[in-house]
Design a protein around this ligand. Sequence first.
Ligand code: FNR
Length: 393
Amino acid sequence: MPTGRVFNTAQMAARARKRLPRAIFDFIEGGAGSEIAVARNRARFEQIALMPQALRDCSAAHSEVTIFGRRYAAPFGIAPMGFADLVCPGTDRALAQAARAANVPYTLSTAATTSIETIAPIAQDNLWFQLYPGSDEAIAAGLMQRALAAGVTTLLVTIDIPVPARRVRDLTNGLAIPLRPSLRTVLDVARHPAWLLRAARGDRPGMANFVDGKGSLSGLAHAEFVSRQLSFPGLDWRRIEAIRKAWPYHLVIKGILNPQDAVMAERIGADGLVVSNHGGRQLDAAPSSIEVLPAIREACGDRLKLILDSGVRTGDDIARSLASGADFVLLGRPFLFAVAALGLAHGPAAIIDMLRAEFLNTLIHLGCADPAELGSDHLWPGRHLSLRQGSNR
Ligand code: FNR
């Protein structure tokens, strides 16, 4: 797999920074407010040390895990991301294709630039769908019907954008609503002719899942739609409960940080949660998901599958998450940066390969042959580092 001499997600992000117009890079990398949550997501991961364990035969070690009745090649997947095709037309499709080939899940966003019907035959049963319930129940029901018809069995319902975030980078670049690109933004785009050429050849990125008979909503109409419909402060548990009743398969609530919300999710019959602060893109003062994860695991025991996202960047982070109580993780930004850094043909497969290899390397250092063996014993300082005397595995 050609990696273009980039060997981790940090190097991919650094290369993406050079290749993308500043406003697009900022839209992806940026967070809410002063970006304290973004920094905290990384800092809290970096504070967790993992305790290696020596001389345990790991010659048959593997990275496979089972979640929602399906065996995957590794315990990570691609988080839902709206407007991904801003990186390059075809980004959603390339990510879905690579996820299918490598056998990890790809989550299509409600706000994706490619429709459910286009992605379904590409991702096949590696497709998860993310729903913003929004203010309009009929729109949500229509999206769920289309996801069902496309064969989706895992639905992620995102509940952590009751109001649109204040993202200072987007405001500065004029990428907020109403769309008023600053002169600096326009000049900077002109300095990225390769990006411009690719963008000009492709369709204008729009919210392809919202077709109103006249074609998909585009440009400013998208942005207004997002702010009016998707960030809905009136959402409550009754709506989520109704979605639970209507969705016949695996239902996952995305954007939980509060253990009380985790308990509510369990009560209404959710199958899993995504413990997430939306990558630091919503509430800047929020805790990081890795620091609240143990409390959430304690609150809901083993009854719910816990998926973690926000700040996962390495195989070590995946192992840190599983050792802290997660069953699975999602990554967002690194997948878009991989496309920007290495292109549509190589970027998505290269990052999946790289993360899987990093994770397996970590797993073996920890003396585990199976991701399911990871637990609090591997955390240092550990809550209870046991000696497991007499146990060979
Ligand atoms: C997102 N995220 C997101 N989440 C969601 O539920 N629906 C969406 O449409 C989007 N859109 C979106 C766009 C972009 C550009 C980014 C970077 C993120 C959040 C995403 O699913 C995930 O929670 C975070 O990206 C995880 O954090 P990291 O891995 O990016 O740090």
